[in-house]
Design a protein around this ligand. Structure first.
Ligand SMILES: *Cc1c(COP(=O)(O)O)cnc(C)c1O
Length: 465
């Protein structure tokens, strides 16, 4: 499979190169040159397969000849062997129409593990093939850092430097990162905010000397391999509820548009999806874009669903490209306008293309709490604030027949205060995380400056050139 950039000016790459590259050299995002298609018979045949076998079938066309089927199977088995539920992503019935797809049974209790556990193995394999070393640098406000660290800890030819704002992540989130003992994991608490951390990471990537000396890499959701891994659970869930004979809908708690774009990919591959509901919190740039065509950045309001507190959704560019006749020059112009004015309008073709599959809802804090209470009181399920936003959007969508599956993106024990405030119950951390508060922590604190972090990487990193 060949991958092309949404901005039309970067070289075409294969799956191995696209996995290691992250962002395209023209500033765009990589997408497959064409969508692979499954016939209804091929989709029906998935219904009897385990999660790992489903992953092998769904991922094979994206991987192309970058891996043998046996190698892909080994990597999937290793990635999903770390999940605590036999089904990997189990479906839970709430009522006659509503279901949850629990994506939080991985090592760090959020859906990001589904993609990152596989990405860690892909990195290791491809770095061995190229005989080179990768230095991952990232900034985290909580969930991404722990999932990325869990994915690459102890792996050969990889170092990870993860910056978090000192004192501004929860104790559980910090300990999930700082209690990992592997020598290739470097946690840095910076004396500043998440925005400072992100600014420093951008500056490090812009530093050409550092970038090539350490082969800097990223693990954020612009990485195509992460999206591909997320396509799998749309198939896995839909065939269990009757696809391809019956179409299903999904409601997706959305921030960077990565998870819900994976649903769009599944639909392009032939999975009958009736609707994809984009659920946002009050940081509603995507709801405004999909309902009025106005993609304009607002001010980020902190909420109880922090992983959705985003006002620029990087992966939206992939949708705009695909529903806008795959016109790289037009995307270049549109994104340049957005970068200078922090606002742009969707074209008529883009709006019409998006309307075919997507609808959206903006869920305020009251509706989020109401959904948490409804799930608890009427179905006995405790759900986290992100999942509640998805469920509220699903329950508000009254014009759909057939099952609606809400993606449950985080374990409720990751957000115990919000759960306790809404439902008066205290979700316990799963036993496998039980010793988190007994383990020693390991991290260094540094000023929030580019120079301080660069010096830290020089002192602790692995130079390749
Ligand atoms: C990252 C995250 C989201 C948002 O997913 P996107 O792919 O960025 O849209 C939703 N819920 C949780 C718990 C997350 O960690």
């Amino acid at each position: 499979m060949d991958y092309i950039s949404t901005r039309g000016m970067a070289p075409t790459l294969n799956f191995e190169a696209v996995t290691l590259a992250g962002l395209a050299s023209d500033g765009g995002l990589y997408v497959p040159a064409r969508w692979p298609r499954f016939t209804p018979d091929e989709i029906a045949a998935l219904a009897d397969l385990s999660y790992v076998e489903t992953a092998v079938r769904v991922l094979a066309p994206f991987v192309g000849d970058a891996l043998t089927e046996a190698a892909l199977r080994t990597l999937c088995a290793q990635a999903y062997g770390s999940f605590s539920h036999a089904a990997v992503t189990p479906l839970v019935r709430l009522d006659a129409q509503h279901w949850l797809l629990e994506l939080f049974h991985g090592p760090t209790l959020a859906f990001k593990d589904v993609a990152l556990q596989l990405l860690g193995g892909l990195f290791e394999r491809f770095l061995a093939h190229r005989d080179t070393h990768l230095t991952i640098v990232g900034a985290t406000s909580g969930d991404t850092g722990s999932a990325a660290i869990a994915a690459v800890k102890g792996r050969a030819k990889i170092d990870i430097f993860m910056l978090h704002p000192e004192g501004r992540v929860s104790d559980v989130q910090r300990r999930q990162m700082t209690t990992v003992a592997a020598a290739n994991v470097h946690n840095i608490a910076i004396e500043g905010s998440f925005d400072d951390a992100q600014r420093i990471v951008k500056a490090l990537f812009a530093d050409a000397e550092l970038r090539s000396a350490y082969n800097l890499g990223a693990v954020n959701s612009i990485n195509w391999a992460r999206l591909a891994a997320q396509v799998v659970y749309y198939f896995y869930a839909a065939v269990r509820l009757g696809a391809p004979a019956r179409a299903v809908a999904f409601s997706v708690p959305t921030g960077n548009f990565g998870d819900v774009f994976a649903g769009y990919v599944a639909a392009q591959m032939g999975l009958p999806i009736r609707r994809l509901i984009v659920a946002t919190n009050v940081n509603d740039i995507l709801h405004r874009a999909l309902s009025t065509g106005d993609y304009s950045q607002g001010i980020v309001t902190p909420t109880q669903a922090p992983s959705m507190d985003i006002q620029v959704s990087s992966n939206f560019e992939r949708l705009l490209f695909d529903v806008g006749w795959r016109d790289g020059a037009a995307i270049r112009e549109q994104m340049a306008a957005f970068e200078t004015r922090t606002a742009m309008q969707l074209s008529t073709a883009q709006r019409a293309g998006a309307d075919k599959l997507f609808s959206s809802a903006r869920i305020d804090p009251e509706a989020m709490v109401e959904a948490m209470r409804w799930a608890h009181d009427h179905t006995g399920n405790i759900i986290d604030p992100h999942t509640a936003i998805g469920l509220a959007a699903a329950r508000r969508t009254s014009d759909l027949d057939g099952p609606i599956i809400t993606l449950a993106t985080a374990h409720p024990a990751k957000f115990p205060d919000a759960v306790a405030a809404a439902c008066d119950v205290h979700p316990a951390l799963p036993a496998r995380l039980g010793d988190l508060f007994a383990l020693p922590e390991r991290y260094d604190t540094r000023p929030a400056t580019h120079d301080a972090i660069k010096a830290y990487i020089h002192a602790h990193g692995t130079r390749i050139g």
